[in-house]
Design a protein around this ligand. Structure first.
Ligand code: TMP
Ligand code: MG
Length: 289
């Protein structure tokens, strides 16, 4: 059916169930399908040549827009909170306030740096940000088939948009829910807009506030892509869901995370830096193979 599911990076707890969902989505057709995806470490690479790739936040943190003292503080925050973010042994209630703390402190530091809107493009261009191999097929195919792609990110919307714009794949079917910067009349960062989105509050609250919700309602078959257990609730705002296929990229702490990921995601991709599996499934369910 989808031979790529036999690749060595692919793990599934229930292969039969995965096959059933895929067949059911294929029968329903492209006009019923939507893709809801996380951004950092899901659409972008986790590592390249053994070196970690940046998140939206890291693109700014490592850039010339941030002074040395602030860089140290941001790195300290990352060292302190990232292990908490990915720790599968800590209960969610314990992690939630700590994530709010991380995002709030990081955003306050970025605001102090008086970042200029018109410098974002060059900073993204000079960064090591990389979309996963196969990204062009992924974005172009969805656009061609009229399948909406919702990118639901706890990163920074302005930076994320710039990454996909520069890659030439910010097509009209792409919608983004993320943390957007608020610039004053001189183009200087003064705040972040709206409700804060962090790793563990990606759910309908944010979705309900958007006009996107209408379109999402009418598409009951969802392909969900994520890399964190927090990404699993991204489709909670979709009404009358018929099928959902959850694909999780397991990038880090593979041994500890394998079990919980296999319980939560239908397909787990272990240290797979490509979009080959999502692409193979998409081509199959939209009738290209
Ligand atoms: P995502 O929802 O698009 O994956 O983006 C969230 C990621 O951003 C999450 O894995 C943690 C990361 N992050 C940083 O790298 N630096 C920061 O300062 C903050 C607040 C988050
Ligand atoms: Mg992510």
């Amino acid at each position: 059916m989808v031979p790529e599911l036999n690749n060595p990076s692919v793990w599934m707890r229930n292969r039969t169930r995965v096959q059933e969902i895929i067949e059911s989505m294929r029968r329903a057709g492209p006009s019923t399908i939507q893709v809801i995806s996380d951004f950092d470490m899901t659409l972008t690479r986790f590592a390249y040549n053994g070196k970690r790739c940046p998140t939206c936040h890291n693109i700014l943190d490592n850039s010339k827009l941030i002074n040395e003292e602030c860089k140290i503080k941001l790195a300290e925050l990352l060292d302190r909170y990232y292990p908490i973010e990915i720790d599968v042994s800590r209960p969610m209630e314990e992690k939630l306030p700590l994530m709010v703390e991380w995002w709030t402190k990081a955003h306050d530091l970025l605001i102090e740096q008086k970042i200029q809107k018109d410098r974002l493009a060059v900073v993204v261009r000079e960064s090591d940000a990389m979309l996963r191999d196969g990204y062009k097929l992924f974005f172009d195919h969805l656009q061609e088939k009229g399948v909406p792609l919702l990118i639901f990110s706890a990163g920074i919307g302005d930076v994320l948009e710039e990454v996909i714009q520069q890659a030439g794949v910010f097509h009209p079917n792409v919608k983004v829910i993320s943390n957007y910067m608020d610039f004053d009349e001189t183009g200087t960062l003064q705040a972040f807009k709206g409700e804060l989105i962090h790793t563990y509050n990606k759910r309908e609250g944010a979705l309900l506030n958007t006009e996107l919700f209408q379109e999402l309602r009418t598409r009951p078959n969802v392909l969900l892509l994520g890399d964190s257990l927090g990404d699993l609730t991204m489709a909670d705002g979709v009404h009358s869901m018929e099928n959902i296929l959850k694909i999780g990229f397991l990038n880090d702490k593979v041994e500890e995370c394998k079990e919980p990921y296999l319980s939560a995601y239908d397909i787990v991709l272990e240290k797979d830096e490509t979009l080959d599996i999502p692409n193979a499934i998409l081509l199959y369910i939209t009738g290209q193979q």
